[in-house]
Design a protein around this ligand. Structure first.
Ligand code: CO
Length: 420
């Protein structure tokens, strides 16, 4: 019996990631690989079939729940099947023209961890489960994190199956079309612990030379839709003094969001604030804008910081009401608190990194992941592998074979420690 992290097979892992990248491939060049595999697409179905085959090959029993979450379960010889499992995984779906690592790395690293434990002759005392959640990316159904929201009881099965895409196709039909509408509900609360390995989508690891990132907090996300109402008027015949220009007022608001987030981000803070969408009515060059809708995205690992930026936004809205005579309103469509990861899982990851001789850095996640939901129902950890230039959701997304394997060795050691 050997330490299982030594049995991680970099080539076997790489082959699985590359093969998954062939389904829905958009670009296939050396170190530049793209794919389009939204939930329920033919490419997503093929990627799921490939995973099921690899799970069967490794002796896992595979099941699919009502919303298409795939689980492969390994009950090692001598393990108590009644004990709560340790689980790991990620997602197989992608954004349009996304990369090949975002999602598949975490799924296949989890499977490789099981194969490495088997090869090393290691027998954890708990079952080990490998999971691919449905619809992590928000590009087709329900704004993302779909499968994990059901597995954590935050969204009901029926309402989830009724979600529709832009063409009116339901999730139920999309999953049925590729043969992945199963039964029951994967229950994340039944796990003793969960770990997701994901690409960093940032440059902190690259900058420090660390090969793995142990995430301490996952950012909170708040989305605010703000409306600024003025009066549409003739751009030629309305004197400057008589205007109520909604876009000029909105420009002040955009500046206030940026200033607020910049202030929070000063001195090494992690806040970000973005006005990423704007719609102007009537949107004509010769008309004073009468109405503007703004989409605001605020994130930080500290709730208080998000609240301060929100206050700066509200303050700027009341200022333009007073100073410019417009009317404003706001609505929060998303308001998720930051999520700390489990200290117990972090400790297992750090210990595993030490044993595998992989330099690991404590960091935070600025992007949402399924682990955000899982962390609410059980001990959950998130591990990052370096992303070249921090790029993701693009064919330029890249993590080297060596880096994929190094992070997978850390995952394997941590699962083994937690599964004992
Ligand atoms: Co992802």
């Amino acid at each position: 019996m050997d330490d299982p992290e030594r049995s991680v097979d970099a080539d076997r892992l790489w082959r699985d990631i590359e093969r998954t990248g062939e389904f829905g491939a958009t670009v296939s060049e050396p170190e530049r690989r793209g794919r389009t595999a939204p939930t329920g697409s033919e490419a997503n179905g093929a990627a799921r079939d490939y995973l099921r085959d690899r799970m069967n090959e490794a002796g896992l029993s595979v099941d699919v729940d009502a919303v298409g979450n795939v689980r492969g379960r390994w009950v090692p010889d001598g393990a108590d099947p009644e004990r709560a499992a340790v689980a790991a995984g990620s997602h197989l779906d992608s954004v349009p023209e996304g990369g090949i690592f975002d999602g598949p790395l975490g799924v296949y690293a989890a499977l490789e961890a099981v194969r490495a434990m088997q090869d090393a002759g290691v027998r954890p005392g708990r079952p080990v489960e490998v999971v691919s959640f449905t619809g992590e990316e928000g590009s087709r159904f329900g704004g993302g994190l779909v499968g994990s929201s059901v597995a954590t009881g935050k969204r009901g099965v029926e309402e989830t199956l009724a979600l529709t895409d832009d063409d009116g196709v339901t999730l139920a039909d999309a999953l049925g079309g590729v043969g992945y509408r199963g039964e029951g509900r994967l229950d994340a609360a039944a796990w003793d612990a969960w770990i997701e390995l994901h690409v960093e989508q940032h440059t902190r690891l690259e900058e420090t030379g660390a090969r793995a990132g142990v995430v301490t907090d996952i950012t909170g996300i708040t989305h605010v839709h703000a409306t600024v109402e003025g009066a549409a008027d003739h751009a030629g015949s309305t004197p400057m003094a008589d205007r109520t220009d909604a876009l000029a007022a909105a420009a002040d608001v955009i500046g206030a969001v940026e200033d607020g987030a910049r202030e929070e981000a000063a001195d090494g803070g992690t806040a970000v604030g973005t006005v990423g969408s704007l719609s102007v009515e009537p949107d004509a060059t010769n008309v004073v804008p009468g109405r503007v809708d703004l989409g605001v995205d605020l994130r930080d690992v500290e709730r208080a910081s998000v609240d301060r930026t929100l206050a700066a936004l509200e303050e700027s809205l009341s200022r333009v009401e007073t100073e410019r005579g417009v009317e404003t309103s706001t609505e929060r469509s998303i308001d998720l608190d930051p999520t700390p990861t489990s200290e117990r899982v972090r400790a297992a990851l750090r210990e595993a990194a030490g044993a595998a001789d992989v330099e690991a850095l404590d960091t935070h996640s600025g992007a949402a992941h399924d682990t955000m939901h899982v962390a609410d129902v059980t001990d959950a950890g998130l591990l990052f592998a370096p992303s070249r230039d921090g790029v993701s959701h693009s064919p330029r997304e890249w993590t080297s074979r060596t880096d994929c394997a190094a992070a997978t060795r850390v995952l394997t050691g941590a699962l083994w420690r937690l599964g004992d």
